[in-house]
Write a protein that binds this ligand. Structure first.
Ligand SMILES: [Zn+2]
Length: 277
């Protein structure tokens, strides 16, 4: 086991020791297992290793439901969580400590009160969750796979959104030259355009087809983002963030102004220069 399980703070010495304790083969294997990390230059990769070490030294990883945390699990989650803050101040992830990892999806008890004042209790299946001021909770089964969605980046984008304000799709912009009013305007316009596009796709799905079935994927696949992005502005930012890093081209083409804003916020460009819209 690497020496980063302590999670006892992120003194420079701890970060350096942690970075040095990542075996080069394990690092190369991890980068190779996520296609969106293969685009990184050698310089970016070295910086990502430092950010990954910062995360491992700063946060406590906890295995839940009998999961034993292995080096592969720790490194895979930390490297994905480090990517959004590769060019940002990692203190944007401060104010909470634990990353709780379940072997697979987990269940969250929920309670809602409807407009008649009736309380409904139910259980929601989840692959990830980010608590305000509390832990990030992840399913390893979902975090390990490299699909066009990314639960780790999604939940850490929620953490960026929650830093210094409510979960409303607007992260702390105090270290950026982006006017908050401009962020809000582009966010709302892009969110509305996405919801309109989703409505149009849902109208096109044949009436005899179950929209929840895999057959409907061909319709939803026309969208630049997973339909879950239409839930609210906070989910729109989180889904946009995972897509920005993992599958950027359709998002850049469909919502170029929003894509430009994400590029300015993350200070990264996931597209090769020739692919820019
Ligand atoms: Zn979310």
């Amino acid at each position: 086991m690497f020496r980063w399980l302590s999670g006892r703070g992120a003194a420079r010495r701890d970060i350096e020791r942690t970075a040095a304790s990542i075996p080069p083969e394990a690092w190369a294997r991890t980068l190779d297992s996520y296609p969106f990390l293969r685009r990184l230059t050698a310089e970016d990769s070295a910086a990502l290793r430092q950010r990954t070490a910062w995360l491992l030294a700063s946060k406590s990883f906890v295995g839940a439901a009998g999961l034993t945390l292995t080096d592969e699990i720790l490194l895979s989650i930390a490297v994905q969580a480090a990517l959004p803050v590769l060019a940002l101040d990692p203190e944007l992830y401060a104010g909470w400590r634990e990353i709780i990892v379940y072997p697979g999806g987990f269940r969250i008890p929920r309670q809602d009160t409807d407009e008649d004042g009736v309380v409904h209790e139910y259980v929601q299946d989840a692959a990830g969750e980010a608590w305000e001021g509390g832990p990030v909770i992840l399913s390893w089964e979902d975090a390990r796979t490299a699909g066009h969605m990314n639960v780790v980046i999604h939940e850490f984008a929620h953490k960026l959104d929650l830093h210094g304000g409510p979960a409303d799709g607007q992260p702390d912009l105090s270290q950026h030259r982006i006017a908050p009013g401009r962020w809000r305007a582009v966010l709302e316009d892009s969110y509305d355009r996405f919801c309109t596009a989703l409505d149009a796709v849902e109208r096109d799905i044949p009436a005899d087809m179950d929209p929840e079935s895999p057959d409907a994927d061909a319709w939803y696949g026309q969208l630049p983002l997973d339909p879950y992005a239409a839930s609210d502005e906070a989910e729109f930012f989180a889904v946009s963030s995972e897509t920005f890093f993992v599958d950027p081209q359709p998002l850049a083409e469909a919502l170029p102004e929003w894509f430009d804003l994400l590029r300015a916020y993350y200070r990264q460009d996931p597209l090769p220069p020739s692919a820019l819209p």
